[in-house]
Structure formats: C-alpha cells, structure tokens
Ligand binder design. Structure first.
Ligand code: KIV
Ligand code: ZN
Length: 512
C-alpha cells in the first residue's frame, strides 16, 4: 500500500497573515467548511492567543468542523498553549502547533535568547502541550537557516517529549529544492528517534519555489505532511499552493507513489471562495485554478485537444471542479432551487435569515442580469450585505451623475449600526465621488492603498467585483463588493473594508 501524504492547510492562519487578507469569524468558518469538503486532513484555523477574534474563530471552527483535525498555532509558552487548548476543546480531533525560532539570526536578534534557552523552552513547551492534547506539532521557525547540529538537538528532545509531527519551515523562502530535500533527509537520518514523528514541510514562496521545495522535501527528504494554502495565499510572495501540490502528487503518482485523502473536485470552489473573501485575485495563468489554466488558445493546441485530449492536457478540468460555465438560475428560479444550488456549490449559510437575505439579493440581481452564473452566486454570498445585521456599515442605494465636461456627483445611502444615513460628494469620477461621499460621513481617515475591478464572468454583462484595500493606524484590510454596476460594487467594497477596520482588534504577529 502506498504511503499517505497529509495535507495541512494553513490558509486561515499563515494565509491570513498576508496584509489585507484578514477575515471575519464567519468568513473563516465558511472557508473551513469548504476545506472540510475538500477533505483536507488538518486545518490550521488560527493562532488562538493572538487576539480574541482569533480565539473565537478557532473555537467556532473546532466546534463545527468534524471531519478534519483542527489545529491552532501557539508560541512556545504556557499561556499561548493553554489558550490554544481551550479554543480547541470542542474539536473531534485537536492539534496544538507550537513554534520557536532556532536560526542564529532569529535567536539573537529577535528572541534575544541563547541557544540553550531556546532548547529548554522548546522542550518545556512540547511537554506542556502534550499534557493537554495527544497531537502536538513542533516547528523550529526559520528552521532551514538553522545550524544543523543545534537543530538536531532541539528536534530530538521535542520528539522525546512527545511531539507527533516535526515541521521544518523555510520561513523566508530561501531554500532550493535539492538542498531543502537533502536538509530534511539529513535531519531524519541524524536524529535517532526521528521515526517516532511525522515529518512535515512548510515553504514560503519568496523565490517562487515553495511548491518545488515542498515536493523535494517529500521525495528526497521523506516528509509525509505538506503545509500549504489555497491559491498560495500568504505573507510576501505567499506559501506553497495547495492546488498545485495536490495536483502534482495526483498527476505524477507514477513518480511520487503517494495517496492523498483530498477530493480535488472542490478545489476550484475553494480557490474562488478564498479569492472573493480576501480580494486577492487569482492571476489568469495560475496553475490549476487560473482562468486560462485549461484554455487552449492556439490553433495547433485546439486542434490537438479536439482530436485527443491528452495531446496537450495532463489533467482533466472537471477533476478540479471546472464545469462548463452554464447558466444555473434565472429570474424565475425559486428559493428552493437557489438553496439547492448553494448546497451544490458547497456554500452553507448559517441561518434561515441569511438564506432569505441572500435570496433577496439573488432576486434583485436576476432582475438586472438575465444569466446568473455560479460565479455570481458565490460573489453574492461572499458579500457582507448578506448579513447586514452583523455589520456596522451596510449599503442601501446610490445615485450618481456624470457627464462629459462636468464634475461627477454621487449620493450614497447606507446604514450605520442599523440607522440609515445619506451622504453626498463630488469626485474625479463616479467611483471617486461615491467613496468620498461615504468617507465624508464616516471620517475613518483610512488611506486607500489598492483599488481593483474584475469582471466576474468575463463580459461587460457580468458583475464587477471590486477590491478596496484600506490602511489605518498600521492595519491593512481588504473589502470586496460585487454588483453589475461597478460604482455600486465600489461603494460596497469600501463599506466592507470599513467594517473590517472596525471589527478587527490588534493582534500579535506570529513571526515578530
Ligand atoms: O513560516 C513559518 O516559519 C511559520 C511558522 C510559524 C510555522 O509559519
Ligand atoms: Zn509560514
């Protein structure tokens, strides 16, 4: 029987550390549900001790998701570990992932600790964690740039203390595939009790090699867990991408000889959900999930694919969730059909009130747009206005006037804590005027660092999806809004970003 490769998804923890990618508790739960459908083995739901919001998100996910192991990150100290254990209490299968930096640079400059102190802290923390849960993962942060003798000492002692998984992060994305694979191999060969733990790889993508490095860690090093994120989301250039690692191991099973528990047909929905929630748009030529990943534009390729598909295709689009972009619903569709389609798309709304709100928005959209595609439905349920009662700001309506030679003007009606307000302003264009109108009332003082528009289903008839990134007092958030009218989509995105600025308290960084 082939070995199994464990897929550990850290979209909700390491992915969320990407500036602007912060998610609300409900958004995290929605993504966790999609990861469960994908049959991800381990979901790192957050870093419970970093903020109350993260604690609650880990707790909610642990109480709800039953098929995947739920994990919380925790620094190597008793307080963090206790918080993680508390948040994970309701999980069917719980894991604490504790870490401390082991590279000379991090120990000296960041932690200001001696190697002996780090050794002792790693040992005590794993011992403490093992008294609380049976499944403990240990990571030597910046492990790849650590002294190999020192790393062997630390990893040997944490395995002796009961760490069940040893994860070797390339925290700064410095590794090269062959070197990283051999590094893991050396550690496993030199550490006498290495066979008592599962070895794991965690690679960042600063040099564009996170997936290649992870695969080398598996093939050369013998790792049996890969840490990854949907769409490769993560700080700087991101993490190893889940969809690429999964499809590489599945497509080249002849080479890797490993089994996966993943149901790849849910990959595309997961990719879209993460992109629409965070506002991090997937590039068209991204492997597996990019819009062009299975599009054959050149005549020679099209001809080949029509004659025999495997002339130019190594994977089947439908195996990762691509279906023909069919019209699913329209103006006459009822609530039941809508609910059923949501289920087929893997979207589970929490309450009847949320389904009703989403259905009302669907009807409103169907009045303005004859063909409702899956992308439209996913955008609709990612929209904050589906759960307006939970939000500080919520869009109501907008009117704007623009004419060549005249300065555009907009008036926006929105609710603030449930109370309707109207605000208006001039601007350079209708979008600018609308956002200025909102800002004139809210006075957030936030700086806009990104504004982008994307056509959800590719034509001018489609909905516009707008991402707005705001920065205030050192915090960065993304808001996403969608509507066939891009001015309305922009106003929604702006209000969504303001909601996020409001709701997220400061948090401790995992890598400080
Ligand atoms: O990249 C890293 O080192 C991490 C650890 C906290 C595991 O994300
Ligand atoms: Zn990381």
């Amino acid at each position: 029987m082939a070995d199994k490769l464990i897929i550990f998804d850290t979209t909700l923890r390491d992915g969320e550390q990407s500036p602007g990618a912060s998610m609300t508790r409900d958004e995290k739960l929605r993504i966790a549900r999609q990861l469960e459908r994908l049959k991800v083995d381990v979901i790192e739901a957050g870093f419970a001790a970093s903020s109350n919001g993260d604690f609650e998100a880990v707790q909610l996910i642990a109480n709800t998701i039953k098929d995947s192991t739920i994990c919380s990150l925790s620094r190597a100290n008793d307080r963090d570990i206790s918080r993680a254990a508390e948040a994970l209490k309701g999980a069917n299968s719980a894991r604490i992932h504790t870490f401390i930096a082991t590279s000379p640079l991090h120990m000296e400059k960041k932690l200001r600790m001696t190697p002996d102190q780090v050794f002792e802290q790693a040992k005590q923390s794993v011992r403490f964690a093992r008294n609380l849960v049976a499944d403990v993962e240990f990571s030597p942060e910046d492990g790849y740039r650590s002294d190999v003798d020192f790393l062997c000492r630390v990893l040997e002692v944490v395995i002796a203390e009961g760490a069940t998984t040893i994860n070797v992060p390339d925290t700064v994305g410095y590794a090269i595939p062959e070197l990283y694979g051999n590094f893991i191999k050396t550690l496993r060969e030199r550490i006498p009790n290495s066979d008592k733990a599962i070895w794991s790889v965690h690679c960042h993508n600063d040099l564009g090699m996170a997936v290649a490095n992870s695969l080398a860690g598996v093939k050369i090093g013998g790792a049996r867990q890969v840490e990854c994120t949907i769409n490769g989301l993560g700080e700087r250039a991101g993490n190893c991408s889940l969809e690429e690692i999964v499809m590489a191991v599945k497509t080249r099973r002849d080479y890797f000889g490993l089994d996966l528990g993943i149901d790849a047909t849910h990959i595309l929905a997961a990719s879209r959900m993460v992109s629409q929630t965070t506002g991090f748009v997937v590039q068209p030529n991204k492997a597996v999930v990019g819009a062009n990943a299975f599009a054959h534009a050149s005549g020679i390729h099209q001809d080949g694919v029509l004659k025999a598909r495997d002339t130019y295709e190594i994977m089947r689009a439908e195996d990762v969730g691509w279906t023909a972009n069919k019209i699913v619903l329209g103006k006459l569709s009822g609530r039941n059909a809508f609910k059923q389609r949501l289920q087929e798309l893997g979207v589970q709304l929490e309450s009847e009130a949320e389904i009703n709100a989403a259905f009302a928005r669907f009807k409103e959209l169907a009045d303005r747009k004859s063909d409702i595609f899956d992308e439209d439905i996913l955008a609709l349920v990612s929209d904050d206005s589906v759960t307006p009662d939970k939000e500080q700001y919520s869009f109501v309506s907008l009117s704007q006037h623009s004419e060549t030679g005249e300065r555009p003007h907009a008036a926006v009606v929105f609710t603030v804590a449930g109370k309707e307000v109207k605000s208006d302003s001039d601007g350079n264009g209708p979008v600018d005027a609308s956002l200025k109108a909102i800002e004139a009332h809210v006075q957030s003082g936030a700086e806009m660092v990104l504004y982008s528009v994307n056509a959800i289903s590719g034509s001018t008839e489609s909905q516009g999806e707008v991402t707005v990134r705001l920065q205030n007092s050192g915090r960065v958030v993304n808001g996403v809004g969608s509507d066939p009218d891009i001015v309305v989509a922009s106003a929604k995105a702006y209000l969504s970003a303001l909601n996020k600025l409001q709701s997220k308290s400061d948090r401790v960084a995992a890598q400080g």
